[in-house]
Design a protein around this ligand. Structure first.
Ligand code: ATP
Ligand code: MG
Length: 445
């Protein structure tokens, strides 16, 4: 009896395996789901591997989507769940080090398992026969908490340079160590990793950033030379000392620990925490880092563009980095609070900015009383409840009015006038009345 007997497996996965087997094919759960079942972790994706070819899989199920047909993967929708069903594959040729260039199907589960990256990912399980196939001692490595390449690590990382990044990602995700030989292979195969498509690195970084402690993965990357390839700007933060009255870590460790402290289900916050001080090495003059927030916003954007993050993500991160140095005191006037809300780009961003501040300060010398954030939040809530204008769109007049009033055509001047009015309204919300604003336009013309 295997360790997995009696574990909960969704009916969709069981039915796919049953259907494939009753049609004369082999079929197993494989990879991450078997690993996570053995570890007692929640399983997110149930992947199935089969001797059936993709077109045969397509014929056996009503609803299938050829999601990765070039690599032999179809997604089957069964019993309300989606399952990736992949045909047994043999060793791939990674001619350019980027993508598998030549997918070869095979009839043998063992061959399929031997092309997989790590022993703990090379486990297959047939839940109908309770047959756990563990050709590479994956269960032993799970017990020892080790990430170990299947076969010769240098050969495997030379085939696909993403695997070394994945080793760091799995180590952080699972709280495992990388086995000595596997770890030693990483610096030797950096030339292959250099050729990996940035989109593939992106996907691994996203998964690393969802770990409990991404710092463990980034530090492994630094020790093995991967960080220099992927995020050299972060490596430059190592050894950049900060004033000891506030900081006990250099900029590198402060960034990693701030990242760990940010909420793990929020990619934007994890990235913002990791990159909020990224420009400090460039901005350091004695013990000050003048303008590192603004310079850092641009650097963060460049990094995230390079790493293929979406526009939406790098814009949000860059905005948070740009504003992370706000310095609230009780003396702020209501107008100052309104200007702050406007500058940061609205209440949603403020919530994120405060979460970033908490992550940032938790990685400093000592706990900082965050009562001031509660006070500022209360004042912001009050201002928002008052529905005072915080944006040009909230003004009781619009561009048309400006054009008519000043008898000018559409153009940049109209926007300038509206912004001047908004500044006045931020100072004194009572001015946001149509008649008053029309009068102000004339007076200021
Ligand atoms: P996660 O839960 O994080 O998704 P996972 O093990 O499912 O972990 P995936 O990236 O989804 O990881 O890959 C699924 C499986 O495919 C892996 O368990 C592994 O067996 C195999 N695999 C994925 N990428 C590679 C690769 N680059 N080289 C070899 N095998 C790989
Ligand atoms: Mg997976």
């Amino acid at each position: 009896m295997s360790e997995l007997k009696g574990k909960q497996i969704p009916s969709g996965a069981l039915n796919i395996i049953k259907t494939l087997q009753s049609n004369g094919h082999q079929a197993y759960l494989v990879g991450g789901c078997v690993r996570d079942l053995l570890l007692g972790l929640e399983v997110k994706e149930w992947d199935i591997t089969t001797s059936a070819k993709p077109d045969e899989v397509g014929r056996l199920f009503h609803k299938v989507v050829p999601t990765g047909i070039d690599y032999g993967t179809v997604t089957a929708l069964v019993d309300g769940g989606t399952y990736e069903v992949t045909s047994f594959r043999a060793d791939e040729q990674y001619v350019d080090g980027r993508h598998p260039s030549n997918v070869v199907f095979c009839a043998d589960l063992h061959q399929d398992l031997s092309r997989r990256d790590f022993t703990i990912n090379a486990l297959a399980y047939d839940p109908l026969a309770d047959d756990l196939v563990d050709d590479h001692n994956g269960q032993a490595d799970l017990k020892k908490k080790l990430i170990r390449a299947v076969g010769d690590p240098v050969a495997r990382f030379s085939e696909d340079g993403l695997r070394s990044v994945r080793a760091c990602r799995f180590a952080a995700k699972l709280g495992f160590a990388i086995e000595k030989g596997t770890l030693a292979a990483i610096p030797k195969t950096l030339a292959t990793t250099r050729k990996v498509a940035p989109e593939r690195i992106h996907d691994e970084l996203v998964k690393l950033l969802a770990a409990d402690r991404p710092s463990a993965g980034f530090e492994l990357m630094r020790q093995t030379g991967l960080l220099k390839l992927i995020l050299p700007e972060l490596e430059h933060c190592l050894g950049v000392e900060q004033p000891p009255n506030f900081h006990k870590y250099d900029v590198y460790w402060h960034s990693l620990y701030a990242c760990d402290a940010a909420p793990k289900d929020n990619l934007v916050l994890r990235l913002s925490a990791l990159l909020h001080d990224i420009a400090k090495p460039d901005c350091k003059v004695d013990d000050t880092f003048y303008n590192h927030d603004k310079v850092g916003a641009a650097t963060a954007e460049n990094i995230l563009r390079r790493l293929k993050f979406s526009n939406q993500i790098f814009k949000q991160v860059s905005n948070l980095v740009s504003h992370h140095m706000f310095n609230y005191t009780s003396e702020w006037s209501d107008a100052a609070v309104r200007r702050f809300i406007r500058r940061v780009g609205g209440p949603e961003n403020i919530k994120d900015l405060f979460a970033l501040r908490l992550a940032d300060t938790s990685a400093m010398e000592r706990e900082i009383d965050s009562q001031y954030l509660v006070e500022l939040q209360t004042r912001i809530d009050k201002i928002i409840a008052q529905q005072h204008a915080l944006d040009v769109a909230d003004l009781k007049i619009n561009g048309e009015d400006v054009m008519l009033q000043l008898n000018i055509p559409a153009g940049p001047r109209v926007g300038q006038v509206l912004h001047t009015l908004l500044e006045k309204v931020l100072d004194d919300p009572q001015l946001n009345e149509r008649e008053t604003l029309l009068k102000l336009i004339k007076e200021n013309a």
